[in-house]
Design a protein around this ligand. Structure first.
Ligand SMILES: Nc1nc2c(ncn2[C@@H]2O[C@H](COP(=O)(O)OP(=O)(O)OP(=O)(O)O)[C@@H](O)[C@H]2O)c(=O)[nH]1
Ligand SMILES: [Mg+2]
Ligand SMILES: [Zn+2]
Length: 391
């Protein structure tokens, strides 16, 4: 069975994955809006991405046609059209890999050639997306996005209720920090690890600028990094400047698609350049603006490096919000908490008596920093509805 199989239209709503469902429900909302004689409230157009039903459905249940009905009908119609046109017409266009994204457009590699394609589908694409592109006379356009195997997401910086996919179909999220300049921020690493696990990718903790460390600094850093090893994340200490640790990093990334993420100025682009001397990505001067990075990389791009490495270099960020993680499920992203028993089975490991997690933290079995991160994130999620954005 070829790869094309997954492009074929499914015949039931249940057969669709999360992304396909979301796109279908959006089309359904639009169709319903167009047909409606009554006014639809803005709320009805949104779907929160949950697997079972659009949240909007709950609001419209008493109406004759729910969005779900519309979606089912749309699916049926599309299926009928597909059968008329034959299977081949159902999967038009050329398979391509998205390597970078701009407003309303993306660059995609098809058959070894990089082309610019308009993004006409409603759902935005991300680097790493498998798409189909077609030229219908007005230049290339994206006509289909394959269901994403994995993703790294955050709330949209401007529209917090929208998901922004930073990279798609990645195997590894390489969380790049600097040992110094800018200083190491383990709590930001915690957030990225949660987002990587949420999206189905492996988090890798990568500390660059090892050349700036004194032998004593190295001991301190190593203790900080042990916390992440204990949490199950591979760790790499590297220097783009001296080449230290690069063979180990290369081995961890071989044959994989990895996104390099982290603060500005930590050396993500420098690492890409160091891993492939033929790359000449612009790197910034971290000394300007008081030791903080100054956002040298402005857009993400997917690069093929020698040795079977594929890397998505992303622009630096200052903070990282978590997408679609509820207070209730947060603890499941802390492997150190597993197997601790609490008196209450809905224990938030915060204020409750008889909490096994707090007891373990008190005995030093759970690192203070991780507990701090957990409580900070829990606080930012608390009092909000499940599945809401955390900022
Ligand atoms: N000492 C030292 N400096 C480094 C190292 N790697 C990168 N730098 C310096 O750090 C600065 C920032 O590097 P970039 O590669 O632009 O950082 P970035 O993470 O890509 O930054 P953004 O694109 O803004 O997100 C540059 O001045 C690099 O020369 C390293 O291993 N050691
Ligand atoms: Mg950069
Ligand atoms: Zn507890």
């Amino acid at each position: 069975m070829g790869n094309d199989h997954r492009w074929k239209k499914q015949d039931s709503l249940e057969g669709l994955d999360r992304n396909q469902k979301r796109m279908l429900f959006k089309r359904a909302a639009k169709a319903r809006r167009a047909a409606a004689s009554w006014k639809t409230s803005r709320k009805d157009e949104e779907w929160d991405g949950s697997e079972d039903a659009p949240s909007s459905e709950r609001n419209v249940r008493r109406r004759k046609d729910s969005i779900r009905d519309w979606a089912a009908r749309l699916l049926e119609q599309e299926g009928a059209r597909t059968e008329e046109a034959g299977d081949e017409a159902a999967v038009p266009g050329t398979p391509a890999l998205v390597v970078s994204v701009g407003p309303g457009t993306c660059r995609a590699v098809a058959g070894g050639e990089e082309v610019e394609a308009r993004v006409s589908v409603e759902e935005a694409v991300a680097p790493g997306d498998d798409v189909r592109i077609a030229d219908r006379g007005g230049g290339w356009e994206v006509v289909e996005i394959a269901p994403r195997r994995t993703r790294l997401s955050r709330p949209d910086p401007f529209l917090g209720h929208r998901e922004r996919v930073i990279a798609a179909n990645l195997d590894v999220v390489a969380i790049v920090s600097a040992a110094a300049q800018p200083y190491f921020r383990p709590r930001l690493v915690d957030r990225f690890l949660i987002a990587a696990a949420y999206g189905g990718a492996q988090g890798l903790v990568c500390v660059n600028k090892a050349d700036l460390l004194s032998p004593a600094d190295r001991v301190v850093l190593d203790a900080q990094l042990q916390v992440f090893r204990d949490a199950g994340a591979p760790v790499a200490v590297v220097s783009a400047a001296t080449g230290e640790g690069l063979p180990e990093l290369r081995a961890l990334l071989a044959g994989k698609l990895a996104a390099f993420v982290g603060q500005s100025g930590v050396g993500k682009s420098s690492l890409v350049n160091a891993l492939d001397p033929s790359q000449e990505i612009r790197v910034g001067d971290v000394q300007e603006r008081s030791g903080k990075g100054k956002h040298t990389t402005t857009g993400s791009s997917l690069l093929e490096l020698p040795g079977g490495l594929r890397v998505i270099d992303t622009p630096g960020i200052r903070s990282f919000g978590l997408w679609d993680i509820s207070a209730r499920e947060l603890a499941s992203y802390f492997p150190e908490f597993a197997g601790r028993s609490c008196r209450f089975n809905d224990c938030t490991h915060d204020h409750e008596p008889g909490c096994g997690v707090k007891a373990a933290a008190g005995r030093g079995e759970i690192p203070e920093g991780r507990m701090f991160s957990y409580l900070r994130i829990l606080e930012s999620l608390g009092g909000r509805r499940e599945g809401k954005v955390e900022r």
